[in-house]
Design a protein around this ligand. Structure first.
Ligand code: PGA
Length: 252
């Protein structure tokens, strides 16, 4: 059985005081909850204060991106080793906003996954098609090449440390969620890809999160699907009440 996993992607939101406040409220809100893994991914600048705020809770800390080099003359970049030293267990890799606004390619994403694993950081690898690609019925082709290129030369044992997030770009921050059927269909497709590329065991153990306008009102329907193991939540993770409800509903 795969354990539910709810991750909050704060994106470029929250200065330090607000980040601490949000983390503390969330910690209180879900203090008695069990049976679900919870992660928050604040901006780099707030990692330290959020780490303090979540001490003594089961909430894990993650970053939203890394560069694949360990160190050196790469102005403005942050390495896997650096986020590790800041207390992170996880990193989001290949989010569609990074692909779109920062031109991240599948090849770069592959390097970032390898860099995270080498630093003992657990990658959450995002895939998903744009609206145009879905309208052209190319969603499976697009996700397949994101997986083929993104996971190039990764071993089966690496998969044990990886979570995949399916985020249809047209559903991110738009209020449009994929229907549970649309989401489940793609999750099943992704799991099948891993079955073919690795093994049934690897595919069965892999957690696949859904992302894109997840809210307290739709989480139950999503997580009730056999191939949906949790959610990567953007906007709704910025409010402790709302995010707390999503977490509660994921185990109820
Ligand atoms: P959203 O973002 O929940 O605001 O749609 C999801 C994401 O981008 O990870």
């Amino acid at each position: 059985m795969r354990r539910p996993f709810i991750a909050g992607n704060w994106k470029m939101n929250k200065v330090n005081a607000a980040a601490s406040e949000l983390a503390i409220s969330l910690k209180d809100k879900i203090a008695d909850l069990d049976g679900v893994d919870v992660l928050v991914c604040p901006p780099f600048t707030a990692l330290n204060c959020v780490l303090e705020a979540i001490k003594g809770s089961k909430i894990a800390l993650g970053a939203q991106n890394i560069y694949w080099q360990k160190e050196g003359a790469f102005t403005g970049e942050v390495s896997a080793q650096m986020i590790k030293s800041a207390g992170c267990e996880y990193v989001i890799i290949g989010h569609s906003e990074r692909r779109k606004y920062f031109s991240e390619s599948n090849q770069e994403i592959n390097k970032k996954i390898k860099a995270a694993l080498a630093a003992d950081i657990l990658p959450i690898v995002c895939v998903g098609e744009t609206l145009e690609e879905r309208e052209q019925a190319r969603e499976e082709e697009v996700v397949r090449s994101q997986l083929q290129e993104g996971f190039d030369s990764l071993a089966e044992q690496d998969l044990e440390k990886i979570t995949v997030a399916y985020e249809p770009v047209w559903a991110i921050g738009t209020g449009k969620t994929a229907t549970t059927d649309q989401a489940e269909q793609m999750h099943a497709f992704i799991r099948e890809w891993f079955r073919q590329a690795y093994s049934s065991k690897a595919a069965e153990n892999l957690r696949i999160l859904y992302g894109g306008s997840v809210k307290p009102g739709n989480i139950k329907g999503l997580i009730g699907q056999s191939n949906i193991d949790g959610a990567l939540v953007g906007g709704a993770s910025l409010d402790p009440e709302t995010f707390g409800e999503i977490i509660k509903f994921s185990v109820a």
